[in-house]
Each structure stands twice: as C-alpha cells, then as structure tokens.
Design a protein around this ligand. Sequence first.
Ligand SMILES: O=C[C@H](O)[C@H](O)COP(=O)(O)O
Ligand SMILES: C=C(OP(=O)(O)O)C(=O)O
Ligand SMILES: [Mn+2]
Length: 450
Amino acid sequence: MTIESNVNQSNDLDSFRSLTALQQPTWPDAERLDRARSILSENAPIVVPAGADQLRDNLARVARGEAFLLQGGDCAESFAEADSARIGNKIRTILQMAVVLTHGASMPVVKMGRMAGQFAKPRSSDTEIRDGVELPAYRGDMVNGFEFTAESRIPDPMRMVEGYRISAATLNLARAFTQGGFADLRRVHEWNAGFLKNPAYKRYERTAKEIDRAIRFMAACGVDFSALRTTDFFVGHEALLLDYERSLTRIDSRTGNAYDTSAHFLWIGERTRQLDGAHVEFLSKVANPIGIKLGPTTTPDQMMALAERIDPDRVPGRLTFITRMGASRIREVLPVLTTAAKREGLVAAWATDPMHGNTITSATGYKTRRFSDVMDEVVGFFEVHRSVGTIPGGLHMELTGDDVTEVLGGSEEIDDEGLAARYETLVDPRLNHQQSLELAFLVAEMLVTG
Ligand SMILES: O=C[C@H](O)[C@H](O)COP(=O)(O)O
Ligand SMILES: C=C(OP(=O)(O)O)C(=O)O
Ligand SMILES: [Mn+2]
C-alpha cells in the first residue's frame, strides 16, 4: 500500500484554513461536521496516487500536442441518478465521442469524466426565490437537497459522506464499463453507426465511413483488437468543498507527497481562483494534476501568478487551463493569454469549456445555451491557438448520455418550447447524447481539415 495517512507533514496541508474560502456552505452543526470529516479521513481513498500520476503523464502529452483531452459529464451529479443505466449512458457517450475525436485528431484521446465527485456547486446567489418564497440556494447534493423546502435546503455535512460513498461506487462502475469490453473499438463504432441512421446527421456519414475504412484497414493488417477492448478512464471534479477535499487527502509513502485522493484531477472554479484564497492555497499543496478555469476577465498577470502558485516547478502535466470565455469574447481575450504564456515559456494543457461563457435565459424562462454558441467557442479556441502557435489540447463539456432537452439547437433543433419536454438538470444545461456526438463529429471534421 502506498498511502499511509493524512497527517500533516512539512507541507502544512491546513494552511488554507486561515484564508478566505468562498462558496463554502454554512454548516449549521459543528459536531456533525467534525464527525463527517473524521469518517472521510478514516475511510479508504477513492483513487490512488499512481492513478493521479498516470493522468499527469497523459496531460503532459496533451500539453505537448501528442494527445487530446476529452472531459465530460453533468454540471452537477445527483445521488438519485447515480444508477448503472445513467452512468453507463454517460460513459458510452464519452467513448463514442472519443473514437470520433481520435480519428479526427489522429492522436490518442485522454478520457475523463466530470464524474464521481461532481457534487458541489458554486452559486451566483446565496438564495433562491420561487413564488415569493426565499430559501438557501441549492449547492449540490453533497451540501443540501434540490427540493425547494426549507428543510431540504439546510446544509448537512453527512451528505459529504454519502457523496464519498456514491463517488467510489461511480468510479468502480466506470472502471467496470471501460475495462469490461464496453469500450471495444468496434462496438463503439457500431453505436456511432446507429446514431447516424437518423437522417438529421447524414452530413457526418463521410467521417463515419472513414473510421469504418480505418478499422477494416487495421483488421486487414492483422491488428489484435483484443488490445482495443479496454481503455483508461479518469475522473475529476471541481475542488470546491475544502472540508471534503482536505479529509480525503493522504500522504503517498513512496514520495512523501500529499495527494487529494477524491479524484485523479481537481479543478479550481472561476469563482474561487483568488490568488490569496483558500482554494489556490490548498490545491498548491497536493500533487494531483490541477485545472484552473479562466474566464473572460482573466489578465495575463493573474494567469502567470496562478501558474506560479500551482506549478512553480513547471512539472509537465501538472497544470491545465480550462478557458471559458464565451463565444463572443474568446477571439479577443484568449490570444492575449496564450501570447503571454508563449512569451513566458509557460507550458500548460489548454482545454476549452464552451459551456459556462454561453449561458442565457430562454424566452420560456429556462437557463440554457445555444448549440451554435457552444460550437462557435470551440471553433474560436482552435483558431486562436493555431494563430498564436500554442496547442488546443481538449474539450471540457457539460453533457449527459440521456435524451434531455436543455441546450437549444443541434440538428434536431430543440427550440424554446422544446426545452420543457425533458429539462432535468439540477444546475446548468447539458448537451444531450445526440448533441454531444454531433459536437464530436464537428470537432473531428475541423481537426481533419486543420
Ligand atoms: O456550474 C456552474 C455554476 O455553478 C453555475 O453556472 C452557477 O449558476 P447560477 O448563476 O445559477 O448560480
Ligand atoms: C462552476 C463551473 O464552472 P466555472 O467555474 O467555470 O463557472 C462548472 O464547471 O460547473
Ligand atoms: Mn456548470
């Protein structure tokens, strides 16, 4: 066993406690919080340090332009939906997208879920008002309940323990799917062929045929497909709840380094990336690969200072910048950052989150996004990196494998009225299964044509 304890060694893991931590719940019961923290501290890790290291090596390849990153999953996972059908649908969608992207990029795709821990949400308002009733905002299943009642909205720290248990079960299932033949290249390709039977997607047939020919070519060359029946699958979430993240941090006895064993990858959100804040401080102390969301107001100085705090030794694969500028801003803001990074010799993996800068309210009152805006931000991301000479490394998406109606547009043309049919998200709108695949085909076409 490589993990010994979560006791403090020289790198004071509790230094964040004296700093401001934004977006934390006000837990009403201190004793219950202590109990939850000690249960989490005493329980088994969800991932082991070697798994986080393996992802870091993969992200180093992404940063060098030798691999492409695909991270996807719900805005907010829910306890009630952590069932095998829904988790399977999400994994299947990510695997289907990955095959298409592998072909388009002619590179391996690093697959990662926004899964197995994505249970805590930063909110723009502390409260929510419905029909004149004001209650605390829903902050994710690991904090409080979604149901709009005073009781359900009270934060309960024991929800972190439940979140831990469900995260471990989710990762276990994700592994079983990706190691158990579900990931078989030929099977995934057949699923894609099924998707293309819908005439709405006829324009993607050419790419599918090319993949088909590539698979036949491989078979003719005698490729052993049994090696392509499994794939690595990593998980990551926003490191928001510092009590949860700290309690799952352990010291790796191989190296004496601390790892946050709640996930392979942790990212710092746009709302909690203050240089002097608790989140940056805590995540600077753990050895996992770390993502940082960069919104449209980010300055080059802030970006460089964040890199210095999180990755002072410039360890390959340690740092991923996830930009979320909005389709209307990306072509103006991203070049300033990538140019500065290039000038300073800063190497990070760059991924685009084309979701969070493109949120709108529909005429029918739903929080939504337009598929065309999402796609436009992705196109802008590639354009900017190509013109500056930096590397567009991957996609970070809010998606689900189910047939929901939360994002406007796509070839099936979900419109304002259509949103009501199956609008199921707890926080932000997700691409549905078809929209996710369509996006992958569009990105693959773009990668091929360059
Ligand atoms: O997922 C991201 C944030 O939690 C979300 O966009 C905040 O949304 P809100 O403005 O509804 O609080
Ligand atoms: C909260 C999120 O994003 P951001 O921090 O970029 O707003 C998110 O990824 O759900
Ligand atoms: Mn979100």
